[in-house]
Ligand binder design. Structure first.
Ligand code: UD2
Length: 311
């Protein structure tokens, strides 16, 4: 019998790419999504596979999830379902608590009950805050600056506690700035590259907040899906927290220079004052995950950006 993996948040940006990775590698997948921010369109390819089952449910709803664990006896779970907007976590701290912390706990307990050994959890570079030394290493003292980051960190601690207490194989992946196809450009707080791509393609000017010298460690969603898939399916994984990043910093000005090559007739860039709470530089050290998986992010940034804009 081919093992079955559970993916929560399957219809989301990272979820749908991760589901496709698992299906491509011959695994069976049950995807769960409440379609709060996920979209069925994202799963158009996956849903044509006989190895994929989609369940529309809230991943934190124990009554809905229990029968799935009972029926499928999952080998592992990739838990991506989340409240993904940092500003929303400020406005709705209770919802943030439920979606970003309580749900992880509920699912971890179901894993223990039904012997689903591996739990890969979508954490965030946001746990580092603004003051940790660069590049961020997993050993740095986390300093969450938002309810979102606090809940992600608290969930990591819960899961690692269950790992120590009950042997759950918890792997917490701290994503840096993920970009790629299917990232929703719909809000001002959407990923900057999803917004820029949308606007350049429509011939509209983009706005840079601040001087454009801020830098980010952008990682392609294809590489993130590969990391997720490997962390979920490989035997030789070590419990812990890991950065998912490239180790390369790129400034928004450098990013715009690539867009200008792709869209030479685009209107001039507009500049506005920097965003409150914006981090100047964000950069991760990918060494720990690279050593564990013997794999590094493959997509060179300019190439990834060209593909995003071609597709
Ligand atoms: C990322 C995460 C966020 C949180 C945060 C923690 C994403 C999408 N967001 O926010 O969830 O974890 O890290 O530090 O991964 N910008 C513009 N013009 C625009 C949009 C953005 O100049 O139209 C700037 C923005 O002010 C920032 C940079 O681009 O300096 C990146 O913005 P972002 O929202 O993509 O990501 P970030 O790193 O602020």
């Amino acid at each position: 019998m081919t093992p079955v993996f559970l993916v929560t948040g399957a219809a989301g940006f990272i979820g749908s790419h991760s589901v496709e990775w698992l299906l491509r590698h011959g695994w069976r997948v049950v995807g769960v999504d409440n379609l709060r921010t996920g979209r069925l369109d994202n799963l158009a390819d996956a849903r044509s596979s006989p190895n994929f089952t989609l369940v529309i449910a809230d991943a934190g709803d124990e009554t809905a999830m229990r029968p799935l664990f009972q029926q499928h006896r999952f080998t592992g779970m990739l838990h991506l379902a989340a409240l993904v907007s940092v500003p929303e976590s400020f406005r709705e701290p209770e919802l943030n608590y439920r979606l970003n912390l309580a749900t992880a706990d509920t699912l971890a307990r179901l894993c223990l009950e039904f012997e689903c050994k591996r739990l890969v959890f979508a954490s965030s570079a946001a746990v580092y805050g603004a003051n940790a030394a660069l590049p961020n290493r997993e050993s740095a003292l986390p300093q969450p600056l938002s309810p979102y980051a606090a809940a992600k960190l608290a969930a990591e601690v819960m899961l690692l506690g269950y790992a120590a207490s009950y042997g759950l194989e918890a792997v917490c992946l701290r994503y840096f700035n993920v970009y790629g196809p299917r990232q929703d450009p719909g809000s001002p707080y959407s990923g900057v590259l999803s917004i820029f791509t949308d606007r350049f393609q429509r011939g509209l000017p983009v706005t840079v907040y601040g001087d454009g010298e801020q830098t980010r460690d952008f990682i392609s969603v294809r590489d993130v899906a590969e990391y997720n898939g490997q962390a979920l399916t490989r035997q030789d994984v070590v419990v812990g927290r890991y950065n998912v990043c490239t180790g390369h910093a790129i400034s928004l000005k450098q990013v715009l220079a690539i867009y200008r090559e792709l869209f030479p007739n685009a209107p001039p860039t507009e500049f506005a004052s920097g965003r409150i709470g914006d981090i100047r530089h964000s950069l991760g050290d990918p060494a720990l995950l690279r050593e564990m998986l013997q794999f590094s992010a493959q997509t060179e940034f300019a190439q990834g950006l060209r593909e995003l804009n071609a597709g």
